[in-house]
Design a protein. Structure first.
Length: 388
């Protein structure tokens, strides 16, 4: 296996992007990443693109070829593959690109992630997202993703004493970070009271405990680390790429507050990188709902199970804390165009390790982790990156 570097990154604005098409979004993110990397288009050996449900959101499948076409690579007949794993589609695409370069099969790979969710109404978006849940045991009975994570939240409150205030603080923190991210969907601070008094979506999760419905795309260029210097002096290395699966339905799990796919993907990644959770300087974790960030910091081993709420009280995860989490604003404030999210998380870590995160820069960041979850945890990827 060869070492793999991220040599270029590109993001579109995240938000309600009525004026931009799916093709325009992915072409914009890809072009920015290629420009940032210093490669020329003809050096691209392969493309991988994560998209959860383009068929339902915009009525278009066959996304691998479409993305190559929209980005001007169809004439070069570059192999382009769509990867799907619900909200972890982007993380899976990063891992596929990583494996293609690490194996020696390809030298330069472009990875993209995209979703355009607002072209359908809210009800249809909710139903589409629910296709990532277990259709027979959950969605058929009316469970939506806010409903599923609400069950996790009430159980966490019951078992570990986690409070609504602790969950709400996750949203307050991530909105504070989002203010500093020019690509974020929501660039406004919110108060604890606003989160606690927001319209209830599924108890105990109110509107401001939820990530929004978003449009957006993200792209990175990967290449063999030994060749990175030829293109750029801003490369960062991917030193681990973990992935794991779990049951689709919550009821089949021993403990619904532990996402075993996160635990196992993290174990795989820490082993590959020869690191422990203590070595991580900052993390982007999958905060699709505020409770999800609390579970994630526990399952990734940053704090003990049940102590995620206390870690929020102790401000461990704020930008000036000992382990800054979701400096990008997270899914909560940056937005969650589901297929793009896993790629965008890697971009935030790469920017931080390059020293390019501007006003949200974490000083002396050397090692960062990106954690992407599909559904309620049936798929998970964990990537660890290191400054070069
Ligand atoms: N965070 C902050 N503000 C939000 C928001 C969110 N998650 N969702 C909507 N808003 C804002 C909108 O910008 C709008 O503000 P405005 O009136 O100033 O323009 C207002 O709230 C109402 O927006 P609307 O689109 O009518 O909200 P909605 O009720 O249709 O949707 C949710 C709100 C929470 C139900 C929706 O965002 C949602 O389903 N989120 C979860 C997505 C999800 O499940 N993702 C997959 C995770 S696994």
């Amino acid at each position: 296996m060869r070492d793999v570097a991220v040599i270029g990154v590109g993001l579109t604005q995240f938000g309600e992007l009525w004026e931009k098409s799916f093709r325009e979004l992915i072409a914009e993110a890809g072009a920015k990443a290629i420009l940032d990397s210093g490669i020329s288009g003809k050096e691209v050996d392969a493309m991988y693109v994560g998209s959860m449900s383009s068929g339902r959101f915009i009525g278009q499948e066959h996304i691998g070829a479409l993305v190559a076409d929209a980005s001007g690579f169809s004439f070069a007949h570059v192999p382009s593959t769509r990867v799907e794993g619900a909200c972890a589609s982007g993380g899976l695409a990063v891992r596929q690109g990583y494996l293609a370069v690490a194996s020696g099969m390809h030298d330069v790979v472009v990875v993209g992630g995209i979703e355009k969710m607002n072209d359908v109404g809210g009800t249809s978006a909710t139903e589409t997202l629910a296709t990532a849940a277990d259709q027979e045991w959950e969605a058929f009975f009316g469970a939506t993703f806010p409903g599923i994570y609400a069950m996790i939240a009430t159980r966490h409150m019951h078992d570990y004493g986690t409070t609504r205030e602790q969950m709400a603080q996750v949203a307050v923190k991530n909105h504070m970070n989002g203010v500093l991210n020019p690509y974020a969907q929501y660039r406004k601070e919110i108060s604890l009271d606003a989160v606690l008094n927001a319209t209830m979506v599924a108890y105990p999760l109110g509107l401001l405990d939820c990530s929004p419905v978003s449009d957006g795309a993200a792209s990175i260029v990967l290449c063999a680390a030994e060749k990175a210097k030829k293109y750029t002096n801003k490369a960062v290395k991917i030193i681990a790429a973990g992935q794991a699966s779990d049951t689709l339905a919550l009821h089949a799990r021993e403990n619904i507050c532990t996402l075993q796919a996160t635990v196992h993907a993290a174990k795989m990644a820490y082993k590959q990188a020869n690191l422990t959770p203590k070595d991580i300087d900052l993390a982007e974790v999958h905060d699709c709902f505020t409770i999800a960030e609390i579970c994630a910091i526990e399952d990734l081993g940053f704090v003990k199970k049940g102590e995620g709420g206390k870690a929020i009280d102790n401000r461990i995860t704020t930008r000036d804390g000992s382990l800054p989490v979701n400096t990008s604003g997270g899914l909560k404030a940056k937005g969650h165009p589901v297929g793009a999210t896993g790629v965008a998380q890697v971009i935030e870590i790469a920017l931080q390790l390059r020293g390019d995160a501007e006003k949200r820069q974490v000083p002396d960041a050397r090692i960062g982790l990106a954690h992407n979850v599909g559904g309620s945890g049936a798929t998970c990827t964990v990537h660890i990156l290191e400054a070069m």
